[in-house]
Design a protein around this ligand. Structure first.
Ligand code: SF4
Length: 364
């Protein structure tokens, strides 16, 4: 057993109230409805019935208030799942008093969103910032992180215009809003041959001309069909393994590489119209509707208890697998619910590139 694993076991032997001193809270809110884009590799059902989405905000606020009054940091609120600029209810959501209250609970909370700026600074963009910057709506220094899905065809066919539109937006972020904004590009390589073959070119273009990074966010967990997810997970692992070998200097920006990220120290919850679920971290926070992750009691101690129970189950499953039991990433994977995902999907061998487990998440 590694030192990290021992530390985790010692935490697990504490009460849920004590455990609360060691965790952050992250909330993924599936509230946005509709999207004008058809990004390759996107598996989001873009047009969901919007009924009741505002009730999810109220639930999320109650949960966040319960955790934060016990001293837990609300680290992140992800407003998704669709494009902020073209979803039909973005402004309703941003102007909702309880959504504003949620983002005002702590000065450390970061709002995360996905948005496509290939059309530049549009009317919708300006309206969104009018809402965000309106006095009394959100904290002036609110941190916002924009994830920008890459359209590989557009970026490669008209790079100058693509770059100019984005630089105009980034200039706005830096000089024309009181919010603290960060941004990066994201790709989902699964269905795009252009991305597979031109990836290195795109990553370099983004780094040199757009001065930011590309993150790899496999979205296929939204498929919900176990066999399809498993097949794509294997393809993704093989693809990354080849990439790491063939391009050892390419910055991959895989948050999976940081063993502390999204592990036992994070309770991530998915608020969806189907219920509230704990969110496993597999390359990113994923949506998994397995009943073991569904939460009926949303009080902080009950949620923490379930979080602890699931980790224990994860450790127990390690002995049934081919690679996990003596892996340097075991504590991370148990904390991230990776092993429970493997167990419920009857997976025995490691789902990640072999370089991850060999180096315990520190290979770059
Ligand atoms: S073998 Fe793979 S899945 Fe298992 S603990 Fe290690 S990295 Fe995680």
């Amino acid at each position: 057993m590694t030192r990290k694993t021992e530390h985790l076991f010692s935490l697990m032997s504490t009460s849920s109230e004590e455990y609360l001193n060691h965790v952050d809270l992250a909330l993924n809110l599936d509230l946005l409805n509709g999207c004008n884009h058809r990004c390759q590799g996107c598996f989001v059902r873009t047009h969901k019935a919007p009924e009741g989405w505002d009730k999810l905000i109220d639930r999320a606020l109650n949960v966040a208030q319960d955790f934060t009054r016990r001293g837990v940091r609300l680290r992140e609120v992800f407003l998704g799942p669709t494009d902020l600029l073209t979803a039909s209810n973005t402004l309703e959501c941003l102007n909702h008093p309880n959504f504003q209250k949620l983002l005002s609970l702590s000065t450390e909370t970061r709002l995360k969103v996905a948005a496509i700026f290939a059309d530049g600074k549009t009317k919708e963009f300006l309206e969104i910032f009018k809402s965000l910057d309106q006095a009394g709506s959100y904290p002036p220094g609110l941190m916002i992180e924009f994830l920008i899905p890459i359209d590989p065809v557009t970026i490669l066919s008209a790079p100058e215009s693509y770059i100019a539109k984005h630089l105009e937006v980034f200039d706005f972020f830096e000089f024309q809003t009181s919010k603290q904004i960060e941004w990066c590009f994201v790709i989902n390589i699964n269905t795009s041959q252009t991305l597979r073959t031109k990836l290195v070119e795109i990553v370099q273009l983004v780094k040199e001309r757009l001065r930011t990074v590309v993150e790899f966010n496999p979205g296929f967990f939204r498929l919900e069909k176990s066999d399809s997810v498993k097949a794509r997970l294997g393809e993704w692992r093989d693809f990354l393994e080849r990439l790491i070998i063939e391009h050892p200097d390419l910055p991959l920006n895989l948050t999976n590489m940081n063993p502390q990220h999204g592990a036992s120290n994070t309770i991530a919850l998915n608020f969806t119209p189907r219920g509230v679920y704990l969110s496993p971290f597999i390359y990113e926070q994923i949506f998994d509707f397995h009943e073991s992750l569904l939460l009926e009691d949303l009080s902080a101690p009950a949620v923490v208890n379930r979080h602890m129970e699931l980790q224990e189950k994860g450790f127990q499953y390690a002995t049934s697998t081919e690679n996990c039991d003596d892996c340097l990433m075991l504590a991370s994977c148990a904390g991230r619910n990776v092993l429970n995902f493997m167990s419920t999907n009857a997976i025995k061998s490691c789902i990640f590139p072999k370089q991850f487990r060999r180096e315990g998440g520190h290979f770059r």
